[in-house]
Design a binder for this molecule. Sequence first.
Ligand code: GTP
Length: 304
Amino acid sequence: MTTQISVVSGFLGAGKTSFLKKIIPNLEGKVALIENEFGEVGVDGDLLPSGFPVKEIYAGCICCSVVRDFEKAIKELMLHYHPQHILIEPSGVGSLSDIIKVCRGIGQKEDLDLQIKHLITIVDIAAFEDYSANFGGFYSDQIANAQIIFLSYFNQMDDQEIEKIIVQISTINPTAFIFKEDWYAHDGEELVEVLNTANGLAIDAKERINVMPAAKVFDSLSIAKPRVFSEGELEKVLAALSGKENGCILRAKGILELDTQYSILFNFTPHHCQWEYLEEDKEAKVVVIGTDLNKEAIADWFGK
Ligand SMILES: Nc1nc2c(ncn2[C@@H]2O[C@H](COP(=O)(O)OP(=O)(O)OP(=O)(O)O)[C@@H](O)[C@H]2O)c(=O)[nH]1
């Protein structure tokens, strides 16, 4: 049996995990997932449905600094679990062109029966102008190498703005299928149907556009045991994340315990910030990614 590899890429906070949570229960056959976090702790793994193997790879990108761990994870899953699908969520600053090359390379090197099925990129359209101007290489690489592109925060933009961004995305990648609807409002079964209609699109790893390794541009810090927050303190710390005095925070996410004893999940990017109660208690932890971070000051916001 050939194992089908699907990669769900996208810049920091674009909606990769949300997309996976929708499609995974609707895939036929055995599924395994490889989760890659640029930071030293993983939050996404705790939020995914259970019942299938998840390999979490931290502290770097599977396309470069932790490529060996990535190869080992694919090999172990294929040899010991024999999944029909391996889904891969690269870190938000990973290079899709390099991931395609690594997947092909491991198939040949280890003589594994694998095939790339879907290369998906999720684009937060509310952040498109900002990220293409400031992180063009990383951003364009993910768009240029996708077969299928889904647009996040679709319902927050007007039709004209959406059309303008679609034109720009098509300039970067003229052959990708762009799903011009609010995928976030669709259920998983419908999204899997969309993926199936896009079967057979060309896979063509372009040369990596950005030459800088992510570790030279982006910084991260992880807080393993953050303090307990009141709701007011939580609102304050989330507001502080968008300030620029301690560097540029591009992504922060975490699980925190409130003084009401409930666990919450927060998600921050410079364009969106929200928090929600979790149905069950989870281990509190925080990860922050950005550029020129004053790690001590940021750790103090969350520390004891
Ligand atoms: N309203 C709305 N929220 C979205 C959309 N896409 C993502 N989100 C929210 O954005 C936040 C981040 O989404 P994730 O799925 O964690 O993003 P990610 O790409 O996995 O994030 P990283 O792995 O940290 O880079 C979550 O709170 C999502 O619910 C969208 O299209 N509409």
